[in-house]
Design a protein around this ligand. Structure first.
Ligand code: FES
Ligand code: FES
Length: 160
């Protein structure tokens, strides 16, 4: 069945005709053309597809787009403004938290979700928040440093 979906995506209202069985990941990448959100395992195990739904990190490969009716969705494309990187983007850049980069959008969105609700997390809280995301390249140490760098920037008013 096809229905009309109304949502707010990256700060803009949208109305789209969608099939009941369309996944949010496929909606973002194929219908809207936002390819920053990555398809990894396609089964809820890697976190590469993480986006924020009403501020909460969520696996878009396990989410039917029909369930975001009336909700706010933020993807990696929402970050930064006027050519400036957001704090978390800067953290990943400065601290070399990204190598091949395939996992990076998911890690960044999970980190943004964390810092929006907890601007000064402990190492344990960072590890817990990123526990659903897998990286095959970095060994995670640089990623933790990136999030801490972003938290420090947040104290100077740079949004996550
Ligand atoms: S692609 Fe969604 S968790 Fe791996
Ligand atoms: S940077 Fe390559 S998988 Fe994470």
């Amino acid at each position: 069945m096809v229905r009309l979906l109304e949502c707010r995506l990256n700060g803009r209202d949208r109305v789209d005709a969608i099939a009941d069985n369309l996944l949010l990941l496929d909606y973002l990448r194929e219908k809207v053309g936002l390819t920053g959100t990555k398809t990894g395992c396609d089964g809820g195990e890697c976190g590469a597809c993480t986006v924020l739904i009403d501020g909460k990190p969520t696996l878009s490969c396990l989410t039917l787009v029909a369930t975001i009716q009336g909700k706010h969705v933020d993807t990696i494309e929402s970050l930064g403004s006027d050519g400036q990187l957001s704090a978390v983007q800067r953290g990943f850049h400065e601290k070399l938290g990204s190598q091949c980069g395939y996992c990076t959008p998911g890690f960044i969105m999970a980190s943004v979700g964390l810092l929006r609700r907890n601007p000064n997390p402990t190492d344990a809280e960072i590890l817990d928040a990123l526990g659903s995301n897998i990286c095959r390249c970095t060994g995670y140490v640089k990623i933790i440093e990136a999030v801490k760098f972003a938290a420090a920037l947040g104290k100077h008013g740079v949004p996550p």
